[in-house]
Ligand binder design. Structure first.
Ligand SMILES: Cc1cc2nc3c(=O)[nH]c(=O)nc-3n(C[C@H](O)[C@H](O)[C@H](O)COP(=O)(O)OP(=O)(O)OC[C@H]3O[C@@H](n4cnc5c(N)ncnc54)[C@H](O)[C@@H]3O)c2cc1C
Length: 395
């Protein structure tokens, strides 16, 4: 193994998971995060059985279980009529049994982040650096040089761009322009348990599907908090991240929907707004000793609730490929990309389809309700929730 550390740019969920997975394989890692503190903003994250498998591999199951909660069902409601469209009993024994004992969970982003951060801090091979912004890199064949704001140049054995949707590493590596603005806007908020009317509180992930809108809610932190995500179509916004939203516009978008939906929306005074973006799937996102991971590699709309799940799967696969290649980074990154591109592309594409189904209007809405209205089908989600097998050494 090279005497130089692996460099990770970006300390989000993907960057921390990558640092941890590599360190668990005996690799030294230096991570650089531009933020002033290593922390995660936002609200809830849903965790599929596929990512619980990764937590097990990373030795994080007990820590995650301290913070995550397990909803009983994923429920889709028609936001115009109040009829239940479908219900997947993800809290049932049958679900766990089908997915090899792994559950479905929800967790506060901050809690997931803290679990990863503490695990990284406990690894002597990981150096975490805050308030450090990467601007560019150079691949010199036998090493990479990461160029930081302020002029510093940091040498590493390789570079993993885990720098999110607006990745600078991707811009330099692939040069494929800005992400695609979907025209969908998400507002997110968290309520305290006491603020939620009793008749609207339930231990389910509930999605109210309306024409060009949807609202998702579920309890977090074992029922202390209630997570809300409201999405609507609007072409008013170009791009942006984590800005305060206009509740007037939000309420107008949902004005023809069920009272349950409007009563929850009224509870919120401070919403933050996200302009949702994705990209067309890419076949390649590595070159030489540089690769991408998480949203930098395959940004997706959140309609399958899998972006962070995919970033964590990426991390585990990348670390396995590094070990198998004997830390020959060029080979490891090719193998990693080969192992990941189809699965992550499927998530990107299927997320768009799910978004269309949630936001259907007119006859399409009626058809959606008919098609989804049958008995719950775990097999429909098996391609995703069955998860992945890690690459194995061929010798
Ligand atoms: C409304 C919504 C709901 C979602 N719900 C779910 C869900 O339920 N389940 C799920 O799995 N996913 C969900 N996601 C997706 C998930 O949030 C993302 O896919 C995931 O956070 C991506 O992690 P990442 O580490 O790749 O990128 P990011 O979280 O974007 O992290 C990138 C990090 O890199 C840093 N950075 C950027 N540029 C630089 C630079 N030049 N130098 C240094 N540092 C830099 C940033 O500050 C940031 O900390 C949701 C997303 C949205 C918008």
């Amino acid at each position: 193994m090279s005497a130089l550390p692996a460099l990770v740019l970006g300390g989000g969920i993907g960057g921390l998971a990558a640092a941890l997975a590599l360190a668990r394989q005996g690799c030294r890692v230096r991570l650089y995060e531009q933020g002033s503190e290593l922390k995660e903003i936002g609200a809830g994250i849903q965790l599929g059985p596929n990512v619980y498998r990764m937590f097990e591999l990373l030795g994080l199951t007990a820590a995650i279980e301290r913070w995550s909660a397990h909803p009983q069902n994923l429920v889709m409601m028609d936001a115009l009529t109040g009829e239940e469209v479908t219900r997947l009993p993800v809290g049932s024994e049958a679900f766990r049994k089908r997915f090899r004992g792994y559950p479905y969970g929800v967790i506060h982003r901050g809690d997931l982040y803290q679990v990863l951060l503490e695990a990284c801090r406990a690894e002597p091979g990981i150096e975490l650096n805050e308030k450090r912004k990467g601007l560019d890199f150079e691949d010199r064949g036998e090493r990479v040089v990461l160029k930081m704001e302020g002029g510093e140049a940091i040498e590493g054995a390789c570079l993993i761009g885990a720098d999110g949707l607006w990745s600078k590493v991707r811009a330099r590596l692939l040069g494929d322009g800005k992400p695609r603005v979907s025209g969908h806007i998400a507002y997110r908020a968290v309520l305290q348990r006491a603020e939620v009317p009793d008749d609207l509180w339930q231990n389910n992930v509930v999605l109210w599907a309306g024409p060009k809108t949807h609202l998702v809610h579920y309890p977090l932190r074992r029922g202390e908090l209630y997570n809300l995500v409201a999405v609507f179509h609007s072409d008013k916004y170009e791009e942006g991240w984590d800005v305060y939203g206009d509740t007037g516009e939000l309420n107008r978008k949902f004005e023809h929907e069920r009272p349950e939906v409007k009563r929850l929306l009224e509870k919120i005074d401070v919403w933050k707004m996200w302009v949702l973006c994705d990209r067309e799937p890419a076949r390649h996102w590595s070159r030489g000793r540089v690769t991408l991971l998480g949203d930098a590699a395959h940004p997706t709309l959140q309609y399958l609730a899998q972006g962070a799940n995919m970033a964590i799967e990426d991390a585990a696969v990348l670390a396995a490929c590094a070990r198998i290649s004997g830390f020959d980074w060029e080979r490891a990154f090719r193998d990693y990309e080969d192992a990941r591109y189809k699965r992550t592309a499927r998530v990107q594409i299927m997320s768009r389809y799910y978004g269309d189904a949630y936001h259907a209007a007119g006859v399409v809405r009626e058809l959606r309700n008919d098609i989804l209205g049958g008995a719950p089908d775990f097999e429909a989600m098996a391609w995703l929730y069955d998860g992945i097998a890690l690459p194995q050494s061929k010798t």
